[in-house]
Design a protein around this ligand. Sequence first.
Ligand code: SAM
Length: 262
Amino acid sequence: MSIGFEEFVDQASIILDLNLWGYKIKRVQRRTESVMRRYGIRTYEECLELLKNDADFRLSYLDHFTINTSEFFRNPKNFDYLRDNIIDNLFRENEKVKIWSAPCSNGSEPYSIAILLTEKGYKESDYQILASDIDVNILESARKGVYNNTAVQNIPYELLNKYFEISDDNYKRYRLKEEIKRKVTFEQKDLITEPFEKDWNLIICRNFFIYLTTDIKESLTHKFSESLVPGGYLFLGNTEFIFHPEKYNLEKVYSSFYRKKQ
Ligand SMILES: C[S@@+](CC[C@H](N)C(=O)[O-])C[C@H]1O[C@@H](n2cnc3c(N)ncnc32)[C@H](O)[C@@H]1O
């Protein structure tokens, strides 16, 4: 007898060691069915068999499932706000500023922060930038730091010139210079199931909540708030909101920015 989608989700979550129920389930179903079509798979059992026994298929399923879209200075107005209203305060108030990009995708988000701090003249020894994502492939590409036109489209020309080299292959690709790359540390982490480090001054969690169920969003907002120092900031994506920030000991300071109460 063939199994239904719910049974598939239960079993796939165990095989992948990833709680698929934490994501908006209709989207999980659409994505799963799209991978199945692409591979000519007709039943959920067949899909589970491949997830169990074929490492390449497993990676391909995860690739399809996690949306890695990202770009430097995504929604530039928010990065302007960060640069003009938050960063200097953080450095004034803290001996060492701890910044966490979670999830970081291809690295353009944490590298944007590294560029911004370099431009402001802050010393590498005065801050730490950690960047986490669940997807090993995207982390590998983040560590390489090579980008296409779309990813760099919001970078002002003089900064593009200063911090990137045009890569030597035939495509127009931009290779981030070592000077910026070395300022970001990458790690693999499942944000839904793993514990968080504490004492962050700024946590950037953008374009992730949109994929999650309300329950998981709430539990992550609690976890992020607990991981911030009092007075620390949580920076969300443009279409993401916390409806009752006081429930999490946060207050809204600007569109997409929340601050943990002192
Ligand atoms: C749309 S990207 C967001 C990247 C970046 N923050 C931005 O706004 O440009 C979403 C990322 O979430 C990652 N992701 C999905 N589930 C995750 C999980 N459980 N733990 C950590 N990262 C996850 C994906 O691999 C993907 O890179």
